[in-house]
Each structure stands twice: as C-alpha cells, then as structure tokens.
Design a binder for this molecule. Structure first.
Ligand SMILES: [Zn+2]
Length: 218
C-alpha cells in the first residue's frame, strides 16, 4: 500500500498521470477539485456549503476541505493507498493531512512554461463529466465528443498564454513552501522533468513507476 501526493502546475498533466498511476498501483485517485465538482451536483448539506464558496469565487475554507478529504479517504477500501491531487495547498492543510495519513512519497512534475502553454491551448474539456482531452496527445476518438459520456467538449476561455503564465506563478508561489515542508520531513521525492513537447504521458508514467520501484514503493 502506498500513499502519494502529486504536485504539478496547472497544465502539467497531473490529472492524467494520477489516473494512469491508478492502473499500475493499488491506489485510488483523490482529486479534491473533482470531488468538489461532484459534491456541488449532489446537493448534500456539505455540497451546498462548498457551492456557496465556489459560486462566489472564494476558496473553500480549510476545515470544510479537510472534512471532504477525510470522507473521501474513509471510502478507500482497506489495504488500498491513494494519490492525492489538489491537496494540500497550504502548510496548515499539510499538517492536518499528517494527522490522518502517512505520506510515502511526493511526485513532483517539472514542466517548462512553454510546454504548458502549448498543451493548454490544445486542451479540451467535457462539459458534462469534466474529462480532459488534448488534441496533441490525448485525442478523443470522435472530434469534440467525450469518449466517456458522449458530452460536448469545449476549450476554457482562460486557456490563453497570459492567463496561463499568471496561473503558473500563483501555483509556484503556493507550492514552493509545501515542497520545502515535505523535504524537511524527509518524505522521498520523485521529481520528473518533462522537457519535450512530444513526451507522451506513457513515458512520464513509466518514469514515475521506475522511480517508485527504486524506492520500493511500487
Ligand atoms: Zn464526458
């Protein structure tokens, strides 16, 4: 059983790698962004609370996020680990996580800004289920239709170079202290660099698995 956190800038392919790791390791992917999205559709009291923040463009407060995370982790079958995507975002959240789970390794994706810009401008998202495609390397079978649910695909209006650069800056400022936090705690790091646009997700995933094997975690 292995518990991992994956860090990577928006557009680094984090979500894709997390879901592919699920096919190779005995883990569930716990992506707080997806969980929030599902909860807001579900209409539960906690879901309504989350919605009230997201709709105002506010960050969901730590205590609510932690509650959501606890519930998601509690649903994971015994003996199965997890890949956390989108949590923690603050040192406080990292400390709260330490109270409920042991983290075995950090996966850190390092992708140059120009590659992220290139990729995000070819990204397409399913309006219905949120599945993410990429016209460069993760093409939907049929043009502009979701493979998973048949929903229509769209391009995010904020996937422009200026906005992308800004989002990466915000991400780096937010993530740097977290990386330092885990380094200080001597949690093993799997740092994977992607330096070519044509590097496929498979190559990255194989690299991550190789490195996890080196740590005896896969
Ligand atoms: Zn879909």
């Amino acid at each position: 059983m292995v518990n991992l956190i994956i860090f990577g800038a928006p557009g680094s392919g984090k979500g894709t790698y997390a879901s592919r790791l699920k096919e190779h390791l005995n883990v569930e992917v716990v992506a707080t962004g997806d969980i929030f999205r599902d909860m807001m559709k579900g209409g539960s009291p906690l879901g309504e609370k989350v919605k009230s923040y997201v709709e105002k463009g506010l960050l969901v407060p730590d205590d609510i996020t932690l509650e959501v995370l606890k519930r998601s982790l509690a649903k994971i079958p015994n003996g199965k680990g997890f890949v956390l995507d989108g949590y923690p975002r603050t040192i406080e959240q990292a400390k709260a996580l330490d109270e409920i789970a042991k983290i075995d390794a950090i996966i850190h994706l390092v992708v140059p800004v120009w590659i992220i810009i290139e990729r995000l401008s070819s990204r397409r998202i399913c309006k219905n289920c949120g599945a993410i495609y990429n016209l460069l390397f993760l093409k939907p079978k049929s043009n502009m239709v979701c493979d998973r649910c048949g929903g229509p695909l769209y391009q995010r209006s904020d996937d422009t170079p200026e906005v992308i650069k800004k989002r990466i800056e915000v991400y780096e400022k937010q993530t740097q202290p977290l990386l330092e936090y885990y380094k200080e705690k001597r949690v093993p790091f799997v740092e994977v660099k992607c330096e070519k646009i044509e590097t496929t997700p498979d190559i990255i995933v194989q690299e991550i698995l190789k490195r996890l094997k080196g740590l005896r975690l896969a």
